[in-house]
Design a binder for this molecule. Structure first.
Ligand code: HSE
Length: 300
Protein backbone atom coordinates (compact mmCIF):
# COMPACT_ATOMS: atom_id res chain seq x y z
CA UNK A 1 0.00 0.00 0.00
CA UNK A 2 1.18 3.50 -0.82
CA UNK A 3 0.25 6.65 1.08
CA UNK A 4 0.37 10.07 -0.56
CA UNK A 5 -0.10 13.35 1.29
CA UNK A 6 -0.74 16.51 -0.73
CA UNK A 7 -1.01 20.08 0.58
CA UNK A 8 -3.68 22.62 -0.33
CA UNK A 9 -2.42 25.50 -2.44
CA UNK A 10 -3.28 29.14 -2.88
CA UNK A 11 -2.54 30.46 -6.37
CA UNK A 12 -2.02 33.95 -7.81
CA UNK A 13 -1.41 35.65 -4.40
CA UNK A 14 -2.99 38.80 -5.81
CA UNK A 15 -1.04 39.98 -8.85
CA UNK A 16 0.78 36.76 -9.85
CA UNK A 17 -1.97 35.43 -12.09
CA UNK A 18 -1.16 31.91 -13.35
CA UNK A 19 2.40 32.17 -12.01
CA UNK A 20 2.65 32.44 -8.19
CA UNK A 21 1.36 29.90 -5.69
CA UNK A 22 2.06 28.64 -2.21
CA UNK A 23 1.41 25.44 -0.31
CA UNK A 24 -0.59 25.34 2.93
CA UNK A 25 -0.62 22.97 5.87
CA UNK A 26 -4.02 21.50 5.04
CA UNK A 27 -3.70 18.06 3.50
CA UNK A 28 -5.53 15.45 1.47
CA UNK A 29 -4.32 11.89 1.98
CA UNK A 30 -4.67 9.04 -0.46
CA UNK A 31 -3.96 5.32 -0.02
CA UNK A 32 -3.45 3.37 -3.20
CA UNK A 33 -2.56 -0.10 -4.43
CA UNK A 34 -3.03 -2.14 -7.58
CA UNK A 35 -5.96 -4.51 -7.63
CA UNK A 36 -8.11 -6.34 -10.17
CA UNK A 37 -10.88 -3.72 -10.41
CA UNK A 38 -11.63 -0.10 -9.47
CA UNK A 39 -12.35 0.27 -5.75
CA UNK A 40 -12.68 3.88 -4.64
CA UNK A 41 -13.83 5.04 -1.23
CA UNK A 42 -13.48 8.03 1.09
CA UNK A 43 -12.70 8.02 4.77
CA UNK A 44 -14.87 11.09 5.40
CA UNK A 45 -18.04 10.57 3.34
CA UNK A 46 -17.08 13.20 0.75
CA UNK A 47 -18.94 12.65 -2.50
CA UNK A 48 -16.31 11.70 -5.11
CA UNK A 49 -16.64 9.78 -8.39
CA UNK A 50 -16.25 6.05 -7.73
CA UNK A 51 -15.47 4.93 -11.28
CA UNK A 52 -13.17 5.65 -14.23
CA UNK A 53 -14.02 9.36 -14.03
CA UNK A 54 -12.35 9.71 -10.61
CA UNK A 55 -9.56 12.25 -11.16
CA UNK A 56 -6.97 10.35 -9.08
CA UNK A 57 -7.72 7.14 -10.97
CA UNK A 58 -7.76 8.87 -14.38
CA UNK A 59 -4.38 10.47 -13.67
CA UNK A 60 -2.83 7.23 -12.42
CA UNK A 61 -4.09 5.38 -15.48
CA UNK A 62 -2.69 8.13 -17.73
CA UNK A 63 0.77 7.61 -16.25
CA UNK A 64 0.56 3.83 -16.51
CA UNK A 65 -0.34 4.14 -20.20
CA UNK A 66 2.42 6.69 -20.75
CA UNK A 67 4.84 4.11 -19.35
CA UNK A 68 3.42 1.44 -21.67
CA UNK A 69 1.67 -0.59 -18.96
CA UNK A 70 -2.06 -1.27 -18.76
CA UNK A 71 -3.58 -0.51 -15.36
CA UNK A 72 -5.39 -3.63 -14.15
CA UNK A 73 -7.37 -1.76 -11.49
CA UNK A 74 -6.75 0.35 -8.45
CA UNK A 75 -7.76 0.52 -4.81
CA UNK A 76 -8.03 4.18 -3.77
CA UNK A 77 -9.01 5.47 -0.34
CA UNK A 78 -9.28 9.27 -0.09
CA UNK A 79 -9.22 11.50 2.98
CA UNK A 80 -10.38 14.89 1.73
CA UNK A 81 -9.58 17.88 3.91
CA UNK A 82 -9.13 20.40 1.09
CA UNK A 83 -12.57 21.81 0.27
CA UNK A 84 -13.53 21.17 -3.36
CA UNK A 85 -13.99 23.86 -6.02
CA UNK A 86 -13.06 26.61 -3.56
CA UNK A 87 -9.77 27.90 -4.99
CA UNK A 88 -7.56 25.83 -2.69
CA UNK A 89 -6.09 23.41 -5.22
CA UNK A 90 -8.30 20.34 -4.70
CA UNK A 91 -8.01 19.30 -8.38
CA UNK A 92 -4.24 19.72 -8.29
CA UNK A 93 -4.15 17.56 -5.18
CA UNK A 94 -5.96 14.75 -7.04
CA UNK A 95 -3.65 15.03 -10.07
CA UNK A 96 -0.52 15.07 -7.91
CA UNK A 97 -1.82 12.09 -5.89
CA UNK A 98 -2.49 10.12 -9.08
CA UNK A 99 0.94 10.89 -10.53
CA UNK A 100 2.98 10.31 -7.37
CA UNK A 101 1.09 7.15 -6.43
CA UNK A 102 1.26 5.61 -9.91
CA UNK A 103 4.92 6.58 -10.24
CA UNK A 104 5.79 4.71 -7.05
CA UNK A 105 3.70 1.68 -8.06
CA UNK A 106 5.56 1.64 -11.39
CA UNK A 107 8.97 1.65 -9.68
CA UNK A 108 9.60 5.41 -10.00
CA UNK A 109 10.32 5.82 -13.71
CA UNK A 110 9.70 9.59 -13.42
CA UNK A 111 11.87 12.14 -11.61
CA UNK A 112 10.37 14.93 -9.49
CA UNK A 113 10.88 17.50 -12.30
CA UNK A 114 9.05 15.09 -14.68
CA UNK A 115 6.14 14.97 -12.21
CA UNK A 116 6.12 18.78 -11.91
CA UNK A 117 5.95 19.07 -15.71
CA UNK A 118 3.23 16.45 -16.18
CA UNK A 119 1.10 17.79 -13.33
CA UNK A 120 1.14 21.30 -14.83
CA UNK A 121 0.26 20.01 -18.30
CA UNK A 122 -2.64 17.94 -16.93
CA UNK A 123 -3.85 20.68 -14.58
CA UNK A 124 -3.41 23.50 -17.08
CA UNK A 125 -1.88 26.02 -14.68
CA UNK A 126 1.46 25.54 -12.93
CA UNK A 127 0.61 27.87 -10.05
CA UNK A 128 -1.34 25.22 -8.10
CA UNK A 129 0.35 22.00 -9.19
CA UNK A 130 3.94 23.18 -8.63
CA UNK A 131 3.63 24.28 -4.97
CA UNK A 132 1.51 21.17 -4.27
CA UNK A 133 4.54 19.07 -5.23
CA UNK A 134 7.41 21.27 -4.03
CA UNK A 135 5.87 23.15 -1.09
CA UNK A 136 6.76 26.73 -0.13
CA UNK A 137 6.23 29.65 -2.46
CA UNK A 138 6.76 28.81 -6.10
CA UNK A 139 7.02 30.98 -9.14
CA UNK A 140 6.42 28.91 -12.24
CA UNK A 141 6.25 29.27 -16.02
CA UNK A 142 4.78 26.50 -18.21
CA UNK A 143 6.49 26.61 -21.59
CA UNK A 144 6.11 23.84 -24.17
CA UNK A 145 5.15 21.18 -21.61
CA UNK A 146 7.99 22.08 -19.27
CA UNK A 147 7.79 23.99 -15.99
CA UNK A 148 10.54 26.50 -15.24
CA UNK A 149 10.17 27.18 -11.53
CA UNK A 150 11.84 28.33 -8.36
CA UNK A 151 10.68 27.33 -4.89
CA UNK A 152 11.56 29.54 -1.95
CA UNK A 153 10.62 29.41 1.72
CA UNK A 154 8.58 32.34 2.99
CA UNK A 155 8.73 34.44 6.12
CA UNK A 156 7.80 32.39 9.19
CA UNK A 157 6.04 35.45 10.59
CA UNK A 158 2.99 34.95 8.36
CA UNK A 159 -0.22 33.04 8.87
CA UNK A 160 -2.85 32.59 6.19
CA UNK A 161 -6.50 33.17 7.06
CA UNK A 162 -8.70 31.31 4.57
CA UNK A 163 -12.28 32.62 4.39
CA UNK A 164 -14.05 29.69 2.76
CA UNK A 165 -17.61 30.32 1.54
CA UNK A 166 -20.37 27.73 1.55
CA UNK A 167 -20.66 27.81 -2.27
CA UNK A 168 -18.44 26.56 -5.10
CA UNK A 169 -17.01 28.49 -8.05
CA UNK A 170 -15.74 26.55 -11.03
CA UNK A 171 -12.39 27.69 -12.42
CA UNK A 172 -13.85 27.72 -15.97
CA UNK A 173 -16.54 30.16 -14.87
CA UNK A 174 -14.02 32.38 -13.08
CA UNK A 175 -11.75 32.36 -16.16
CA UNK A 176 -14.67 33.10 -18.50
CA UNK A 177 -15.20 36.38 -16.59
CA UNK A 178 -11.77 37.69 -17.65
CA UNK A 179 -11.27 40.09 -20.58
CA UNK A 180 -9.40 38.95 -23.70
CA UNK A 181 -7.11 41.98 -23.60
CA UNK A 182 -5.70 44.22 -20.88
CA UNK A 183 -4.12 47.66 -20.97
CA UNK A 184 -0.34 47.89 -21.11
CA UNK A 185 -0.30 49.98 -17.93
CA UNK A 186 -2.35 47.31 -16.12
CA UNK A 187 0.17 44.65 -17.18
CA UNK A 188 3.00 46.80 -15.79
CA UNK A 189 0.97 47.40 -12.60
CA UNK A 190 0.78 43.63 -12.07
CA UNK A 191 4.26 42.61 -13.07
CA UNK A 192 5.87 45.15 -10.73
CA UNK A 193 3.70 43.91 -7.87
CA UNK A 194 4.29 40.23 -8.68
CA UNK A 195 8.02 40.80 -8.40
CA UNK A 196 7.51 42.79 -5.19
CA UNK A 197 5.27 40.07 -3.72
CA UNK A 198 7.79 37.30 -4.41
CA UNK A 199 10.76 39.20 -3.03
CA UNK A 200 8.81 40.47 0.00
CA UNK A 201 7.44 37.06 1.00
CA UNK A 202 10.91 35.55 0.64
CA UNK A 203 12.76 38.25 2.51
CA UNK A 204 10.11 38.96 5.14
CA UNK A 205 9.44 42.56 4.09
CA UNK A 206 5.87 42.28 5.33
CA UNK A 207 5.39 46.05 5.18
CA UNK A 208 5.36 45.75 1.37
CA UNK A 209 2.46 43.27 1.21
CA UNK A 210 -0.34 45.83 1.24
CA UNK A 211 0.88 47.26 -2.07
CA UNK A 212 2.36 44.03 -3.45
CA UNK A 213 -1.03 42.24 -3.30
CA UNK A 214 -2.80 44.69 -5.63
CA UNK A 215 -4.06 43.32 -8.94
CA UNK A 216 -5.74 44.61 -12.08
CA UNK A 217 -5.74 41.46 -14.21
CA UNK A 218 -8.29 39.12 -12.65
CA UNK A 219 -9.72 40.08 -9.25
CA UNK A 220 -11.73 43.12 -10.39
CA UNK A 221 -13.57 40.85 -12.85
CA UNK A 222 -14.09 37.98 -10.42
CA UNK A 223 -15.39 39.90 -7.41
CA UNK A 224 -18.96 39.94 -8.71
CA UNK A 225 -18.91 36.12 -8.80
CA UNK A 226 -18.19 35.97 -5.06
CA UNK A 227 -21.00 37.43 -2.93
CA UNK A 228 -19.50 38.79 0.28
CA UNK A 229 -15.97 39.21 -1.14
CA UNK A 230 -15.94 43.01 -0.88
CA UNK A 231 -17.05 42.72 2.75
CA UNK A 232 -14.23 40.25 3.53
CA UNK A 233 -11.65 42.59 1.95
CA UNK A 234 -12.96 45.45 4.12
CA UNK A 235 -13.10 43.24 7.22
CA UNK A 236 -9.48 42.07 6.76
CA UNK A 237 -8.31 45.63 6.30
CA UNK A 238 -10.10 46.72 9.49
CA UNK A 239 -8.71 43.71 11.41
CA UNK A 240 -5.14 44.69 10.55
CA UNK A 241 -4.29 41.95 8.00
CA UNK A 242 -1.29 42.78 5.81
CA UNK A 243 -3.16 41.86 2.64
CA UNK A 244 -6.17 40.01 1.27
CA UNK A 245 -6.67 38.36 -2.13
CA UNK A 246 -8.87 35.88 -3.99
CA UNK A 247 -7.24 32.46 -3.57
CA UNK A 248 -6.72 30.98 -7.03
CA UNK A 249 -9.86 31.38 -9.10
CA UNK A 250 -11.91 31.79 -5.87
CA UNK A 251 -14.27 31.78 -4.16
CA UNK A 252 -12.05 31.50 -1.02
CA UNK A 253 -10.57 34.81 0.15
CA UNK A 254 -7.12 34.65 1.73
CA UNK A 255 -5.69 37.14 4.22
CA UNK A 256 -2.08 37.33 5.33
CA UNK A 257 -1.71 38.12 9.02
CA UNK A 258 1.10 38.30 11.53
CA UNK A 259 1.57 35.10 13.57
CA UNK A 260 1.59 37.17 16.74
CA UNK A 261 -1.96 38.38 16.04
CA UNK A 262 -3.48 35.55 18.04
CA UNK A 263 -6.87 37.26 18.40
CA UNK A 264 -7.37 37.62 14.62
CA UNK A 265 -9.51 34.47 14.32
CA UNK A 266 -11.83 35.33 17.18
CA UNK A 267 -12.25 38.93 16.06
CA UNK A 268 -12.81 37.94 12.42
CA UNK A 269 -15.32 35.23 13.31
CA UNK A 270 -17.28 37.72 15.37
CA UNK A 271 -17.40 40.08 12.39
CA UNK A 272 -18.28 37.20 10.03
CA UNK A 273 -21.37 36.44 12.09
CA UNK A 274 -22.74 39.86 11.05
CA UNK A 275 -22.45 39.12 7.32
CA UNK A 276 -25.37 37.71 5.30
CA UNK A 277 -23.02 35.32 3.42
CA UNK A 278 -21.62 32.36 5.29
CA UNK A 279 -17.83 31.91 5.40
CA UNK A 280 -15.83 29.60 7.64
CA UNK A 281 -12.36 30.63 8.69
CA UNK A 282 -9.27 28.40 8.78
CA UNK A 283 -5.93 29.72 10.05
CA UNK A 284 -3.18 27.97 8.10
CA UNK A 285 0.62 27.95 7.96
CA UNK A 286 2.68 27.68 4.82
CA UNK A 287 3.80 24.11 4.02
CA UNK A 288 7.49 24.01 3.12
CA UNK A 289 7.68 20.29 2.26
CA UNK A 290 5.20 19.67 -0.55
CA UNK A 291 3.61 16.33 -1.37
CA UNK A 292 5.03 13.18 0.17
CA UNK A 293 4.71 9.56 -0.90
CA UNK A 294 5.63 6.49 1.13
CA UNK A 295 5.07 2.77 1.40
CA UNK A 296 2.78 1.88 4.27
CA UNK A 297 1.28 -1.26 5.76
CA UNK A 298 -2.40 -0.59 5.19
CA UNK A 299 -4.90 2.21 4.61
CA UNK A 300 -5.93 4.16 7.71
N1 HSE B 1 -4.32 30.85 -11.86
C1 HSE B 1 -5.55 30.13 -11.96
C2 HSE B 1 -6.69 31.11 -12.09
C3 HSE B 1 -5.73 29.31 -10.72
O1 HSE B 1 -6.67 32.11 -11.39
O2 HSE B 1 -7.58 30.89 -12.90
C4 HSE B 1 -6.78 28.26 -10.91
O3 HSE B 1 -6.17 27.02 -11.11
Amino acid sequence: MIKIQIPATSANIGPGFDSLGLALRLYNRVWMEECGDIQISTTDGTDVPHGEDNLIFKTARFLYELCGKPLPGLYISQENNIPMTRGLGSSSACIVAGLLGANMLLGEPLSKPDIVNLAAVLEGHPDNSTPAILGGLTTAVLQENRVYSVKVPISGRLKFAAFIPDFELKTEEARAALPEQVKHKDAVFNLSRTALMTASLFSGRLDNLRIAVEDKLHQPYRLRLIPGAEEIFTLCDKMGAYACYISGAGPTLMAMVNVTDISFKTRAEKALAELPQKFRLEMLDCDETGATVELCGQAE
